[in-house]
Structure formats: C-alpha cells, structure tokens
Design a protein around this ligand. Structure first.
Ligand code: 4NP
Length: 165
C-alpha cells in the first residue's frame, strides 16, 4: 500500500488537531499500520507556533493512554501538495483551509479537504467543538468524537487502498 499522508487541522493547533493526530497515531499503532501513514497536524492561525498541545488536552489524552507529540505549526500551501487528505475540525477551519487551497488553483493531485466529523459513525456531530475556553468535559467530548472519527477515517483510507482492518 502506498504511504498515505494525513493532516489534521484546527484553529490553534494546540487542542483538537493535535488530539486527532495523537488518536490516529494510537489507532494505527494498535493495528500495526504505523509504517503506512505520515500523520501531522496544523492550525489555520499562528498564535501558538512551536508550542506543545494544551496541557488540559494532553492530560485528557494521557488518561486514555494516548500521547500527543505535536508542536504547533501553521498550515501552509506546501501542505496541499505533500498531504493526500486534510481533515478539518469545524466550519471555520474548513472554509479557511479551502480558501487557502484555492490559491493553488485547480491543479490535480492536491489534498482532499473534508470535515473530520464526516467520518463519525457513532456520533451525529457536525463539528468538533473548540474546548479551549470550556471545562474538562469539553476535552473529553473532543476525544470521544475523535475516537469515533479516526476509526471511520482509517476504515475509509484502508478501503480506498483496497485493504481492510
Ligand atoms: P484548537 O483550540 O483550535 O483546538 O487548537 C484553540 C486554541 C487556542 C485558541 C483558539 C482555539 N486561541 O485563540 O488561542
């Protein structure tokens, strides 16, 4: 199977997309598929560039045995050519990422940009809510949604490449 490049994107790249990256990495490690994927995350904003994931997000993930290795960075045009898939957390992220991608025009081979929640199978959420200004429960909810969406995403990626879990 060809290496698949997957990028998760939120606003600050310190809560939701680092969590998505960590959950997806955890899942592919569990399935023995870590050499099949390149996984990263980025933010549409650049305020937190270089920072580790938010302490509350890391703590919530660690309670589930999930490590978040990310250092924040801002999405850039090169990401549309180096990644196959870009998964966004909410409508603002989706709109901003698509607007950035349009700068490259209609050329073939650019990353497919999709809402992360479109891969949820257990939850009917339309976006992954920003937990930054809320309480602990918000971080747990992010992880619940991402667990669901990452499983659906992996299944879809494997199906695309003719494989199954
Ligand atoms: P994230 O959460 O997009 O899930 O990383 C946020 C973190 C920080 C800010 C916004 C959202 N902020 O405005 O600083």
């Amino acid at each position: 199977m060809a290496l698949q490049h997957v990028l998760f994107v939120c606003l600050g790249n310190i809560c939701r997309s680092p969590a998505a990256e960590g959950v997806f990495l955890h899942l592919i490690a569990r399935e023995g598929l870590e050499d099949q994927f390149v996984v990263d995350s980025a933010g549409t904003g650049g305020w937190h560039v270089g920072n580790p994931a938010d302490r509350r997000m890391r703590a919530a993930a660690e309670r589930r045995g999930i490590h978040l290795p990310s250092r924040a960075r801002q999405i850039e045009l090169a990401d549309f050519t180096s990644f196959d898939r870009i998964l966004t957390m909410d409508d603002d992220n989706l709109r901003n990422v698509k607007a950035l991608g349009r700068e490259l025009g209609n050329r073939p081979g650019l990353a497919r940009v999709e809402p992360m929640t479109s891969y949820c199978r257990q939850h009917s959420a339309t976006h992954v809510p920003d937990p930054y200004y809320g309480g602990e429960q918000g971080f747990e909810h992010v992880l619940d949604l991402l667990d669901d969406a990452c499983a659906g995403l992996l299944e879809s990626l494997l199906q695309d490449s003719g494989r199954r879990l």
